[in-house]
Each structure stands twice: as C-alpha cells, then as structure tokens.
Design a protein around this ligand. Structure first.
Ligand SMILES: CC(C)(COP(=O)(O)OP(=O)(O)OC[C@H]1O[C@@H](n2cnc3c(N)ncnc32)[C@H](O)[C@@H]1OP(=O)(O)O)[C@@H](O)C(=O)NCCC(=O)NCCS
Length: 184
C-alpha cells in the first residue's frame, strides 16, 4: 500500500490489492462497507463522515483495486485537548501546560472481507504517520484512540498503545513511541 501524499504508509501491505489511502470524497462508494461487528462504525462512515470532513475530523479511506473501487477500510483523525493531570505518567506531564493537545484516532475499521490480512495494521501505521506530520506542524504530546470494545483495545495494545485514565478504553501512545513504531 502506498499513500496519496508524503505522510502516508509506503509498502506496508505487499501483495494486497488495495489502492493507497486517500481523503474521503463524495464520489467514494461506501455502500457495501460492513465491518461485521459494530454497525455504528459503518453508519458513521456512510452517513456522517462527509459532513465532518475537515470541520471536526479528517477521514482517510482505502478502496479495493477491483472496479468500482468500493471502500474497504477507513480511519478518522481529529484534534483533542485534555487536562494535564489526566495524563497517566509524570514523564508525559512534564513541562506541559494545563491544556494538553493530542491527536485522536476516533475510528478505524476494515471491511469484514478484508480483515486479518494486515490491512488494519497498515491503516493504523498510516494514521500514525499523519499524526506525526500534524504534530510536526502544530505540536501534540500523544496520540489517543477510542477502542470500541476489548478486542479493539487489544489490537491497539499490541501496537504499543497503553490504557489511559482519560476514559473507558481510551488508549494512548506517546508521540515518541509513535515515531519509533512508524520508523521500524
Ligand atoms: C480491529 C480491526 C480494525 C483490525 O483490522 P484487520 O485488518 O483485521 O487487522 P490486521 O489484519 O492487521 O490484524 C488482525 C489480526 O490478523 C492477523 N494477521 C495480519 N496479517 C495476517 C496474515 N497475512 N495472515 C494471517 N493473519 C494475519 C494479525 O496478526 C492479527 O491477529 P491477532 O488478532 O490474532 O493478533 C478490524 O478487525 C475491524 O474493523 N474490527 C471492527 C471494528 C473495530 O473494532 N475497530 C477498532 C477500532 S474502534
């Protein structure tokens, strides 16, 4: 998988016929997308993502190579702010103001027919690259992700995120860990 701009994943999904991640557009075919576990993630993509685009979130999609190029995976990134005291470790809190900027991966899902071939991992790495690029420009201390259930929390944990006191299944990855992960 290669990406549509410099922030994206390159070559992380050899042999899987998906197009590079791209910004969600009105002409993307979202109609067949089903993650198979949480209908709310399908509904948000199909009915709400476009309205949020660029206003409160940015959604990136990957499409199947086979025409008519249906969307088979997506994630959404937005900004978040938390109170410094809510960060889990003294190291994370050090030197920060009361209001700490973070980047949020609010949603990430893969169509059920494309799961367990590495696409979710490739999307996560792509999302982290974009978070790092955003933090280069504006500054952010960490990336957080809302895991929708315990299985999703385990998915994030395997990729280096830790549980945080910011909310139920709010997983956190310090920026320096994200950098190490994408440079691996
Ligand atoms: C969570 C989710 C995004 C993961 O997507 P995915 O594409 O299946 O993720 P991956 O393929 O990268 O990894 C999933 C599993 O497949 C395995 N896998 C990856 N590539 C593989 C391959 N080529 N062959 C066999 N197994 C493989 C991974 O090791 C992992 O296994 P594990 O769960 O036993 O550790 C997806 O299951 C999903 O959309 N779930 C519903 C929505 C959801 O829970 N979203 C989470 C955030 S809210």
């Amino acid at each position: 998988m290669t990406s549509d701009d410099d922030a994206g994943t390159r070559g992380d999904l050899e042999g899987v016929a998906v197009r590079p991640p791209e910004h969600l557009r009105p002409d993307h075919d979202l109609s067949s997308f089903r993650n198979g576990l949480h209908a709310s993630l399908d509904e948000w993509l199909q009915h709400r993502a476009l309205a949020s685009e660029g206003q409160s979130a940015r959604t990136y999609v990957v499409c199947d190579h086979a025409a008519p190029f249906p969307v088979v995976g997506y994630y959404a990134i937005s900004m978040a702010v938390v109170q410094r005291g809510a960060l889990p470790t003294a190291k994370l809190r050090r030197g920060l103001p009361e209001q700490v900027p973070l980047l949020l991966i609010g949603r990430l899902a893969v169509d059920r027919r494309f799961q367990r071939i590495g696409l979710g991992t490739a999307l996560l790495v792509d999302a982290l690259r974009r978070c790092l690029a955003a933090a280069e420009i504006a500054g952010a201390r960490a990336v957080i992700a809302h895991a929708i259930d315990e299985r999703a929390a385990e998915f994030y944990r395997r990729h280096g995120f830790v549980r945080s006191p910011l909310g139920d299944r709010v997983m956190l990855l310090p920026l320096e860990t994200a950098r190490a992960l994408v440079e691996k």
